[in-house]
Design a protein around this ligand. Structure first.
Ligand SMILES: Cc1ncc(COP(=O)(O)O)c(C=O)c1O
Length: 385
């Protein structure tokens, strides 16, 4: 069955792509193939799978489905977003240069600076909202441009189509970390990206009960190299976690719509609150790139940041008072989370770097869940009072 996006809608593909009824039993749900190895009828002759690091039918079903949702043919499921990033970075070699957005997930920044810089890869961090700054940062040895959009935590947007054109003109690949919006709201490959990464720990799985990553591409040469790296480096997602992610994809669309509805309500509430200096949410008309958000994405997701007046002391007070929001890192689960980027997710950035990208003492990041909207607003109201 051809589950291409030309014929079927997102929700249909999320439920069916890569998931035919089980050929041996007729099971409607893709079975959990908990096996490390597979029988050979003769040495070297087997039915498509020989060892689960190289491939497993449950993981394959999930990889096919998630790739389909991103508009790609090839997907690779990893044990974490970070090992997905690590594996992609092995497409490069010593002496290569990467241009990255300056406001990126702190763990990715740490990996680039503390691991890959030591291996001879160099990095430039640029405000990729500015096309001229990107052009200036590109060098003859630039092989990759690394984008998050929206960025984490300041919700800056990058014009993916424009950056893809500039990167390709310089013979560099474009990788987009699509964790914040999921393929339901943003499809970077259709905008010209070569590779898409997710921390599937977040919206793809959506239930805060596993760590995972996924990388997709529609490029045959990249598929071949990634397939080799995936099976050779072995950063694969476990079969059980692949099963959970596959199950979660079936509700991705309904979850994303619910996240967005609640995030809109929370963003509007906070924007008019006297103790809030500003709210960064691409769905607000006040977001400086609201027009790009409406053009580039089909929705604005569940993530937003705000700066409370009163700095660190005020931020700490709010964090100690929330009851429905949970003080925790991570994002994209059904439950609402709140965190302090300067002290938590982005603590690995030096104070100077934090200042440079705009992470202030009063900055809080919310991952708005799918609880009853009125309960979320009441919780924030009492915490801010
Ligand atoms: C945008 C983004 N990319 C990548 C990662 C890394 O993913 P993981 O924690 O699954 O390794 C994270 C983790 O928070 C993230 O927020």
């Amino acid at each position: 069955m051809d589950w291409s996006d030309k014929q079927f809608g997102f929700e249909t593909r999320a439920i069916h792509a890569g998931q035919p009824a089980d050929a041996t039993t007729g099971a409607v749900v893709t079975p959990l193939y908990l096996t490390s190895t597979f029988v050979h009828s003769q040495p070297g002759v087997f039915q498509g799978y020989d060892y689960s690091r190289a491939g497993n039918p449950t993981r394959s079903a999930y990889e096919t489905c998630v790739a389909n949702l991103e508009g790609a043919r090839f997907g690779f499921a990893f044990a974490s977003g970070c090992i997905g990033t690590t594996t992609v970075m092995h497409l490069l070699q010593q002496g290569d240069h990467v241009v990255c957005c300056d406001d990126m997930y702190g763990g990715t920044y740490r990996l680039f600076e503390e691991v890959f810089r030591k291996q001879g890869i160099s990095f430039s961090y640029v405000d990729l909202r500015d096309a001229a700054a990107l052009e200036q940062a590109l060098r003859p040895d630039t092989r990759l441009v690394w984008v998050e959009s929206p960025t984490n935590p300041l919700m800056k947007l990058v014009d993916i189509e424009q950056v893809a054109q500039i990167a390709h003109a310089a013979d560099a690949l474009l990788m987009v970390d699509n964790t914040f919006l999921s393929p339901y709201f943003q499809k970077p490959l259709a905008l010209g990206a070569d590779l898409v990464l997710h921390s599937s720990t977040k919206y793809i799985n959506g239930h805060s009960d596993l760590i995972g990553g996924v990388v997709v591409t529609d490029d045959e040469a990249l598929r071949e190299r990634l397939d080799f790296l995936h099976r050779s480096m072995g950063g694969i997602q476990s079969t059980f976690d692949s099963y959970l992610c596959l199950r979660s994809l079936k509700t991705l669309a309904v979850r994303m719509r619910a996240h967005e509805d609640n995030a809109h309500a929370v963003a509007h509430f906070l924007e008019s609150h006297p103790k809030v200096d500003w709210v960064a949410y691409p769905g607000l008309a006040s977001h400086p790139q609201h027009e790009l958000a409406c053009r580039q994405t089909s929705g604005h997701g569940g993530m937003l940041s705000l700066q409370v007046s009163g700095g660190l002391e005020a931020a700490r007070r709010i964090l100690s008072r929330v009851r429905v929001f949970t003080l925790a890192e991570s994002l994209g689960g059904v439950e609402s989370l709140i965190e302090h980027p300067g002290l938590m997710t982005h603590a690995s950035l030096s104070a100077e770097k934090q200042r440079e990208v705009g992470i202030t003492d009063g900055l809080l990041r919310l991952s708005v869940g799918i609880e009853t909207a009125a309960d979320l607003l009441a919780d924030l109201e009492q915490a801010l009072a």
